[in-house]
Design a binder for this molecule. Structure first.
Ligand SMILES: Cc1ncc(COP(=O)(O)O)c(C=O)c1O
Length: 399
C-alpha cells in the first residue's frame, strides 16, 4: 500500500527554505528580506501592454516555444546587449519563468548517472532538478570573501561522466559576478571536455561595477554552440509573479529543452509574452536605471549591516547581500534566521541550505535589498535593539 507515500525522487528535498521563512515572516509580521521579490511593480508601459493583451483577446494557448514577437525581442536583446545572434524560430524559447527553463534543460540533457558540475552555494531548484533527472551534482564551492571561482577545483570536478556545467552569473546567493578570466577558464574546460553549459543569467542587468560587467559565457570562443543561456522577465522587469522566462542557444540545446517543456507546461502565460516583448525593447536608460536603483539600495543595506556589526560581503551583482553572523556572536546562520523574526521582526535566509558542504555556508546569511529604501531602513532600525554591543558579546540565542 503506497497511496500515502511520496516518490523516492522527492526524498530529502523537503520544503524550500523560502516557504518556511516566508511563513515565519507572515506569522510574526516581519519584514521579509528573505525571498527575492521587489516590493514595487515594474515599468508601467509593460504592465499596460499586458492589460491590452488581455483586453484584446490574447488569452488562449500561445505557441509552445513562445509568441513570435517575444522570441524576436529576446533575439534582438541578445544582439543589442551582447552581439549574440540567434534565430528566433529555432534558437529561442519562452518558458514559465527561468525555473522551468532550468528544469526542462536538466531533464532534457541529463541522463541517470550523469554528473552535473555546479557552483555551490546553489540556487535551490538546481539540486532538485538534477535529482529529478537522476543526475549527480558535483559542487564547486565559492568561498568568502570574494566568492571567486576556484578553477583548479572546477578542473578536478570534471570527470568522464560529466554531462554539463551549470553556471550562474551574477550569482545567487553570493552576489559574485564571474570575471572574464574565470569565464574563460570555464569555457576552455568546456571546450576541452566537449561539455554543454547551461548558464543561468537571470540577474544579467544587475551587475553594479563598471570593472566587472556581466559577460554571457556564450560570447566566448567556442561557446555559442554549446551554451544554453537562461534569463527571466521576473528579474529584469520586476514582475516575478508573471513567470515569463526564456532560453537562447543552438537548436540542439533549445530543442532538448523544448522537448521536455512541451510536456511540463506546453506553453506559458499568453498575454504576458507580448508585454515582455515591449519591456525588452525599452531604451538602455531603463536597464541602467534598474541597476543604479539597486546599487543605491545595496549600498544602503550594506552600510546598515556593517553598522550593526555583521561582516558584509558587498555583492557585485544580483539583489542579495551575504553576511557572516559570527561577529555578532552566532555561529550558525540557520539558528540566527529562525530567531531573527522574534528577535527583530526581520526575515533573512541561511546560506547553508544551498550547500552540499553545509559547513562552508554555516555562518552565512543572505539578505534581499530589492525593497523600498524606507523598508530597508525600518528593517535596519528594528535590528538596532537586539544587536546593540551589549548583546553582541552575550547573544540571547547563540546557535
Ligand atoms: C539564480 C536564479 N535562477 C532562477 C530563478 C527563477 O527565476 P523565475 O522566477 O523566472 O522562475 C531565480 C529566482 O530567484 C534565481 O535567483
Amino acid at each position: 500500500m503506497r497511496s500515502g507515500e511520496q516518490s523516492l525522487r522527492l526524498a530529502g528535498l523537503g520544503t524550500t527554505i523560502f516557504q518556511e521563512m516566508s511563513a515565519l515572516a507572515t506569522a510574526t509580521g516581519s519584514i521579509n528580506l528573505g525571498q527575492g521579490f521587489p516590493d514595487t511593480d515594474g515599468p508601467v508601459e509593460v504592465a499596460d501592454a499586458a492589460v491590452q493583451a488581455i483586453r484584446s483577446g490574447r488569452n488562449q494557448y500561445a505557441p509552445g516555444p513562445g509568441v513570435p514577437e517575444l522570441r524576436a525581442a529576446v533575439a534582438e536583446h541578445q544582439r543589442r546587449w551582447y552581439g549574440l545572434s540567434y534565430d528566433p524560430d529555432t534558437e529561442v524559447a519562452v518558458t514559465t519563468g527561468a525555473t522551468e527553463a532550468i528544469a526542462a534543460a536538466l531533464l532534457g540533457l541529463v541522463d541517470p548517472g550523469d554528473e552535473v558540475v555546479a557552483l555551490e552555494p546553489y540556487y535551490d531548484s538546481y539540486a532538485a532538478c538534477i535529482a529529478f533527472a537522476g543526475g549527480v551534482r558535483v559542487p564547486v564551492t565559492l568561498r568568502p570573501p570574494q566568492f571567486a571561482l576556484d578553477v583548479d577545483a572546477l578542473r578536478r570536478a570534471i570527470t568522464p561522466r560529466t554531462r554539463l556545467i551549470l553556471l550562474n552569473t551574477p550569482h545567487n546567493p553570493t552576489g559574485a559576478v564571474l570575471s572574464l578570466e574565470e569565464l574563460s577558464a570555464v569555457a576552455r574546460l568546456a571546450v576541452e571536455h566537449d561539455l554543454a553549459v547551461v548558464s543561468d543569467e537571470v540577474y544579467e542587468h544587475m551587475a553594479f561595477e563598471d570593472d566587472r560587467p556581466h559577460v554571457p559565457i556564450a560570447t566566448l570562443p567556442g561557446m555559442r554552440e554549446r551554451t544554453l543561456t537562461i534569463s527571466s522577465a521576473g528579474k529584469t522587469f520586476s514582475f516575478t509573479g508573471w513567470k515569463v522566462g526564456w532560453a537562447t542557444g543552438p537548436q540542439h540545446l533549445v530543442g532538448a529543452m523544448l522537448g521536455v517543456k512541451q510536456f511540463l507546461t506546453y506553453t506559458s502565460g499568453a498575454p504576458f509574452q507580448p508585454a515582455v516583448a515591449v519591456g525588452l525593447a525599452l531604451p538602455d536608460a531603463y536597464f541602467h536605471g534598474l541597476r543604479d536603483d539597486l546599487r543605491a539600495k545595496r549600498d544602503l543595506l550594506c552600510a546598515g549591516l556593517v553598522d550593526l556589526g555583521f561582516e558584509v560581503f558587498v555583492p557585485r551583482g544580483t539583489y542579495f547581500v551575504t553576511t557572516d553572523v559570527r561577529p555578532l556572536g552566532w555561529d550558525d546562520g540557520m539558528a540566527f534566521c529562525r530567531a531573527l523574526p522574534e528577535l527583530a521582526g526581520v526575515v533573512a535566509i541561511p546560506h547553508q541550505v544551498f550547500y552540499d558542504d553545509v559547513d562552508a555556508g554555516r555562518p552565512l546569511v543572505r539578505w534581499a535589498f530589492c525593497k523600498q529604501p524606507a523598508v530597508l531602513e525600518t528593517a535596519l532600525s528594528r535590528m538596532k535593539g537586539p544587536f546593540s554591543s551589549r548583546h553582541r558579546t552575550n547573544p540571547p540565542f547563540a546557535g
